[in-house]
Design a protein around this ligand. Structure first.
Ligand SMILES: Nc1ncnc2c1ncn2[C@@H]1O[C@H](COP(=O)(O)OP(=O)(O)O)[C@@H](O)[C@H]1O
Ligand SMILES: [Mg+2]
Length: 323
């Protein structure tokens, strides 16, 4: 049995627009998504903002009702058997509230354990076990208000594991964490993976999806546009090299001129402080460099490097250069 099965799932939001000439606008937040997640698999859902990741997770966690299509989680239908689904899942949404800051970490877990109906004898053993698992051993007596963001996020994980769910939904769990906090959080995810939990992780950090996922679905505008292992996705760009050019204040016109060069497959620009990094995907590799430089004539150009493609480059190619 698959842990998660999604069949032609759709969610349409109807929003009223306009004040005087009122009309209804339909947003296809999730537009015909189908995929399966195996038991024990860590499945990454990757996509730009507004792609439909959270809406998908909300339907799978019974927080939103699908407009069309169906989904089963732990073998149960998310609409008709929502209570059975809820018993078997845990979820955390990034930047989520829902911990009591005036209470200690341990007291928060005790409170939620009783709310979820966990037997007190069980939670007596389970709370210290979970605190240790998420790296909060010895910190359980401190008020949550004094925890770092990363510690709070790990306490959220402990909270969602109180009833020992088999299937976990983590929606952008490392958003807003500093690099150390994010790394500690990823270690917790790896630990959960070794316990054979099924995990659906949404993120827009490519390297995170690459490092953790068994398989990844890339979603854009409500649809799955690619589904493969991280290395399978990278094969989409294995014929390419990436030329990275550092520039200072290059105009739109110059960038469009580069984009129009016949050997440029995809181009994206990342702003970094005063600098811009222009990333060009091309089959020509290092041979493309002289043409790129001459197209940039009159511009201030810094470092230029040619490198192998990463998962992020595969993503840029699939989602389009604008991403
Ligand atoms: N409650 C809502 N009402 C109207 N539109 C919504 C609502 N929730 C989400 N949307 C729209 O649905 C699309 C998908 O959103 P979301 O699932 O949050 O994307 P993601 O999590 O990938 O960033 C976006 O266009 C968003 O504006
Ligand atoms: Mg989201």
């Amino acid at each position: 049995m698959n842990a998660i099965e999604i069949n032609h799932l759709r969610r349409i939001f109807r929003a009223q627009i306009g004040v005087f000439n009122r009309s209804i606008k339909e947003v296809f937040a999730v537009d015909d998504i189908s995929f399966e997640v195996q038991q024990g698999e860590l499945f990454g859902l990757l996509g730009p903002n507004g792609a439909g990741k959270t809406t998908t997770v909300k339907m799978l966690t019974t927080l939103l009702i699908p407009s069309l299509g169906s989904a089963r989680v732990g073998g149960f239908d998310v609409v008709k058997q929502a209570n059975e689904v809820r018993k078997r899942i845990g979820f955390i949404f990034g930047g989520e509230r829902g911990l009591y800051w005036r209470l200690s970490g341990d007291d928060n877990l005790r409170y939620f354990a009783s709310l979820y109906g966990v037997d007190p004898e069980v939670s007596k053993k389970r709370i210290p076990y979970l605190m240790e698992m998420v790296g909060l051993k010895g910190r359980g007596n401190e008020r949550v208000g004094g925890y770092s963001r990363g510690m709070k996020q790990r306490l959220h994980v402990a909270r969602t594991l109180l009833h020992d769910p088999d299937i976990l939904f983590l929606d952008e769990p490392t958003i807003g964490l500093d690099p150390v906090g994010a790394r500690e959080f990823r270690n917790v995810i790896l630990d959960l993976q070794s316990q054979k939990k099924t995990i659906l992780l949404t993120t827009h950090y490519m390297f995170e999806a690459d490092a953790l996922s068994d398989r990844i679905a890339i979603i854009n505008k409500g649809s799955v546009i690619a589904l493969d292992t991280p290395s399978g996705l990278k094969k989409h760009v294995s014929d390419l090299s990436v030329v990275e050019v550092e520039t200072f204040g290059a105009s739109e016109i110059v960038i469009e001129k580069l984009r129009a060069l016949p050997f440029v497959d995809a181009l994206s620009v990342e702003d970094r402080d005063q600098k811009q990094m222009i990333l060009i995907q091309t089959e020509r590799g290092a041979e493309a460099v002289p043409d790129v430089i001459s197209a940039l004539e009159g511009q201030r150009v810094g470092r230029v490097i040619v490198r192998e493609p990463t998962l992020e480059d595969a993503y840029v190619r699939l989602v389009g250069g604008g991403a």
